[in-house]
Design a protein around this ligand. Structure first.
Ligand code: IFM
Length: 451
């Protein structure tokens, strides 16, 4: 493949180079949400872990020290979320001190040249909301809009990049069908109801933020898995793949772009306030799955999903399975799949659980080369946020998976930058993947880009 600058696979100018984080995974001391309650139940978290104090970001000194580390690596943005249960600890009761605390935290980012990207909901609900039925209660849309209004009023002078709800599909699927996340349910009907309500709340939040802030850029964040037919020559596998892709990806993306509720959310009904309700698509991408038609799996819509045995696999997660394939090409496929929506794209999360950091450096460089290739082919890519800056609490997997660029020991609090931090830093300094780096750490990929 030819390149206008043979020394570097350059990203577009004004590209945001970030890391993504989330309140419950980084702040510590969150005890008033449904995850804290879930963690307290025996057997819920792998290894019996708790978020506990995690990386301690509710302490501004700790947060500032990690923001320094991010700035030293050259990052120019950081994605974080605000914790609803801190801001609204009881229904309608807003804690001004918590809001000022977030304003101070965001000030610390800005002072270091880190553009904040703020997520308004990242998996956690205040306990009072859980008691009211959370996302199964039709009133949740009003509650969410009320909360969003207060946050935007308090932080809008420092933040213009907003993500509404992180990965609604994952929240709904893991909590209401798989059962590995709270409330641990197993009901397709409940899952679809929750997903639909989250998307409706997204649409209302989008309109609310734009009413409050002229220059806001608001995105829906979707965890997009790439699905490939187990056997591309077999028609039933292709059909099963297309159906899975529609259910897990395009139902969500169609809703926030065309406003249409397509299966399994609906049969094409249009919701006016969902139409064109995303200024950008936030792509969270981790892996590819192979899909086979399987008549023995009616409960799984006659499909069986698995990782390609010929592709290297990541560390094992809480369900005893690898987290995913170590497949850089997957990011290219995800971006190309999103191009049809003709929206700017931020890769709002991408990373790898890799305890020893032996695969992450090459994976990161090769994935960014694949992202560059998608951008060369016309994908409007605006930024990349690595998940995550410092190892943190990984939900049901507890402390058993390490996704950070910087190692974190939850016992001692000691941070140690990994090789992948140095690799990412080098890419950021060059605003793209340098040929010399790719040749050194992924020579087989280098040959693909440089002749
Ligand atoms: O840690 C999570 C994050 O909270 C949501 N997206 C996937 C990450 C890694 O599993």
């Amino acid at each position: 493949m030819s390149d206008t600058n043979p020394a570097i696979l350059k990203m577009p100018s004004a590209f945001l180079w970030g890391a993504a984080t989330a309140a419950h995974q980084n702040e510590g001391g969150n005890s008033n949400n449904q995850w804290a309650a879930w963690e307290a139940q025996p057997g819920r978290i792998f290894g019996g872990g708790h978020a506990g104090q995690t990386t301690g970001w509710w302490n501004l000194e700790s947060a500032a020290a990690d923001f320094d580390r991010a700035a030293e690596l050259g990052l120019n943005s950081l994605r974080l979320s605000v914790e609803w249960s801190r801001i609204e600890p009881a229904p309608g009761l807003f804690d001004q001190t918590a809001l000022r605390h977030y304003a101070a935290m965001i000030g610390l980012l800005r002072a270091r040249g880190l553009e904040p990207m703020v997520t308004l909901h990242h998996f956690t609900d205040p306990l009072w909301l859980t008691e009211l039925g959370a996302w199964e209660n039709p009133q949740v849309e009003d509650y969410f809009v009320r909360f969003v209004t207060r946050v935007v009023e308090a932080l809008g002078d420092q933040v213009t990049l907003w993500c509404t709800i992180n990965e609604p599909f994952v929240y709904a699927y893991m909590g209401f069908l798989d059962g590995g996340f709270p409330p641990g349910a197993s009901s397709l009907t409940r899952m679809i109801g929750v997903l639909r309500r989250m998307l409706l709340a997204h649409g209302r939040a989008y309109r609310t933020i734009h009413r409050l802030q002229n220059n806001a850029r608001v995105g829906a964040v979707h965890n997009m898995q790439v699905f490939l037919p187990a056997n591309p020559a077999r028609r039933t596998d292709r059909l099963a793949t297309a159906a899975t892709n529609q259910i897990a990806n395009h139902s969500v993306l169609a809703a926030v772009t065309s406003g249409r509720l397509t299966p399994p959310l609906g049969v094409g009904q249009q919701v006016s306030y969902l139409m064109d309700s995303t200024d950008f698509i936030g792509l969270n991408h981790y892996s590819t799955s192979r899909v086979a038609f399987d008549p023995r799996q009616p409960g799984r819509l006659f499909t069986r999903q698995f990782f390609d045995p010929d592709v290297e696999l990541s560390d094992i997660t809480f369900n005893g399975q690898p987290y995913g394939e170590i497949n850089p090409h997957s990011l290219y496929l995800a971006l190309k799949e999103l191009a049809r929506y003709k929206k700017p794209i931020y890769i709002t999360e991408h990373g790898l659980p890799d305890w020893d950091d032996d695969a992450r450096p090459a994976f990161t460089a090769a994935s960014l080369a694949e992202a560059w290739r998608a951008a060369q082919e016309g994908v409007d890519l605006r930024g990349y946020y690595h998940w995550t800056l410092v190892d943190n609490f990984e939900w049901a997997a507890g402390w058993s998976l390490k996704f950070g660029l910087i190692d974190f020991d939850p016992e001692t609090g000691i941070r140690t930058p990994k090789t992948s931090a140095a690799v990412y830093s080098r890419i950021i300094q060059a605003n793209g993947v340098p040929r010399s780096l790719l040749e050194k750490i992924v020579p087989e990929a280098a040959a693909r880009y440089f002749t």
